[in-house]
Design a protein around this ligand. Structure first.
Ligand code: ATP
Ligand code: MG
Length: 311
């Protein structure tokens, strides 16, 4: 049985469609990444799966349980680290843990053992008596994860667990996710960080409520019809950016660190034209070459083609 099945799920808020006929499936023990810009519909999707919002149409099952009819059972068997996780700042780490454990019916000796094991696992052993207000952001997120795991959930929803978290804590959170998945926990995680998408077994890009790409990170980068990417190192960058946008040869001309990325299905064939154009504009060119698309390039290319097919 699949850990998650979403079938043509749609959520409208009055006339606005936040989630637009999305379908996807997830195997048990899989780490599935839901990516997308602000407002794409990631949190709304998670809230429907947890039975906190009713879908307008379509259906979804989590661990074989219906998101509308069996919401209470889903919540009992799931952990949820929400985007704005409600830890109590005035309570200590241990008190916060105990509060969430109680909500999930974990008590007595089992609670004591879970608290010890989980706080140790998330690197907070010794911090039990610290008030949450005094913890750094990364430690808070790790505590939030420990709280969400109090009742040994089979399914874990993580809504931007690493937003605003330092690199070390990000790494620690991902390592914990791997451990959990290895032991069979199914994890649905949202993130803004493209590099983190590579940590997932599979990902879906959500854009304006629709799934515009889905698959293993590797497959998305190498999918048929993908954009070719040409990287340009030159000076001054802003002049080159404008000239290349004005030329309208590429679906996207984007700043990428201190370089430009030119994206389109036939970008590589235009390398000579680019060199000539930039030379004619007195732009000093260091390098123009085709490179392997990053996941971010692949994502941008999909968004552009989604935009085009809408027009
Ligand atoms: N209760 C609501 N009523 C009306 N509109 C809503 C409601 N909840 C969400 N929306 C809208 O639905 C869209 C999707 O929101 P959602 O929070 O799911 O996006 P998201 O992908 O989680 O974004 P972010 O990355 O910023 O967290 C947004 O445009 C949001 O304003
Ligand atoms: Mg969100």
């Amino acid at each position: 049985m699949q850990a998650l099945v979403i079938d043509q799920l749609t959520k409208q808020f009055e006339r606005f469609t936040a989630v637009d006929h999305i379908s996807l499936e997830m195997q048990r023990g899989e780490i599935f990444g839901l990516l997308g810009p602000n407002g794409a519909g990631k949190t709304t999707t998670i809230r429907i799966l947890l039975g906190l919002l009713l879908p307008t149409s379509g259906r979804a099952t989590v661990l074989g349980l219906d998101a509308v009819k069996d919401a209470e059972k889903i919540r009992q068997r799931s952990g949820y680290v929400s985007q704005k996780f409600a830890l109590y700042p005035d309570l200590t780490a241990a008190e916060n843990f105990d509060f969430y454990a109680h909500v999930y019916g974990v008590r007595g000796a089992r609670l004591t053992e879970r608290r010890r094991a989980l706080l140790e696992q998330v690197g907070l052993a010794g911090a039990e008596k610290q008030r949450v207000a005094a913890l750094a952001g990364g430690s808070r997120q790790r505590l939030a994860l420990a709280c969400a795991l109090a009742h040994e959930p089979e399914f874990l929803f993580l809504d931007e667990p690493t937003a605003g978290v330092d690199a070390l804590s990000r790494r620690a959170l991902w390592n914990l996710a791997y451990d959990l998945a290895e032991r069979g926990t199914s994890i649905l995680v949202t993130t803004h960080y493209m590099d983190e998408a590579e940590n997932c077994n599979r990902i879906a890009f959500l854009y304006q409520g629709k799934i515009v790409a889905e698959g293993a990170p590797f497959e998305i980068k190498h999918a048929q019809g993908r954009a070719q990417v040409v990287e340009v190192a030159c000076e001054p960058l802003d002049l080159a950016l404008n000239a290349l946008r004005d030329a309208q040869w590429f679906d996207e001309v984007a700043l990428y660190g201190s370089n430009l990325h030119l994206l389109s299905p036939d970008a590589a064939a235009r390398i000579e034209m680019v060199k000539q154009l930039l030379a004619a504009k007195q732009i000093h060119v260091q390098r123009v070459e085709q490179i392997e698309p990053s996941l971010e390039d692949a994502f941008i290319a999909r968004l552009r083609s989604a935009d085009r097919s809408r027009k």
